[in-house]
Design a protein around this ligand. Structure first.
Ligand code: SF4
Length: 126
């Protein structure tokens, strides 16, 4: 596939993922936690005092009903900033490296999340 076609396909995929996430947020029965604390989710750095903000954002994501969809968005759209679905940029990079590609990392994330919810720990998030 020519480079320009690949870039277009990637942009279109990111747009579709973004629209899916926005629809999920709109349809969410409760206000998603990040709405009220945007600064926590987009700290200026990934160390020092900002680490505390990242951990707090991740804690909030763990109770969000659309956590998986959000994490998949952050991963597949290759967001270069912020906490998405409980994953920081460092977490997303680590997943991509561990699984060799974004697609494989995304699949692994879905399987892991399914196993997690099937254990009944977060069954309300399905
Ligand atoms: S998972 Fe986290 S970042 Fe995503 S919508 Fe929910 S609270 Fe916001």
């Amino acid at each position: 596939m020519p480079k320009i076609a690949r870039a277009f396909a990637r942009t279109r995929n990111q747009f579709n993922l973004w629209m899916e996430l926005m629809t999920a947020i709109d349809n969410c029965p409760e206000v998603v936690p990040c709405t009220n604390f945007p600064d926590l989710f987009f700290p200026e750095s990934a160390n020092g005092h900002a680490l505390k903000d990242i951990r707090e954002a991740q804690r909030m994501c763990s109770s969000c009903p659309i956590q998986l969809k959000c994490a998949i968005y952050g991963l597949e759209a290759e967001e270069s900033d912020g906490v998405w679905g409980g994953l920081s940029l460092y977490d997303r990079k680590k997943l991509k490296k561990r699984y060799g590609s974004i697609r494989k990392a995304s699949e692994a994330l879905k399987i892991r999340y399914r196993q997690f919810t099937e254990d009944g720990i977060q069954a309300d998030k399905r």
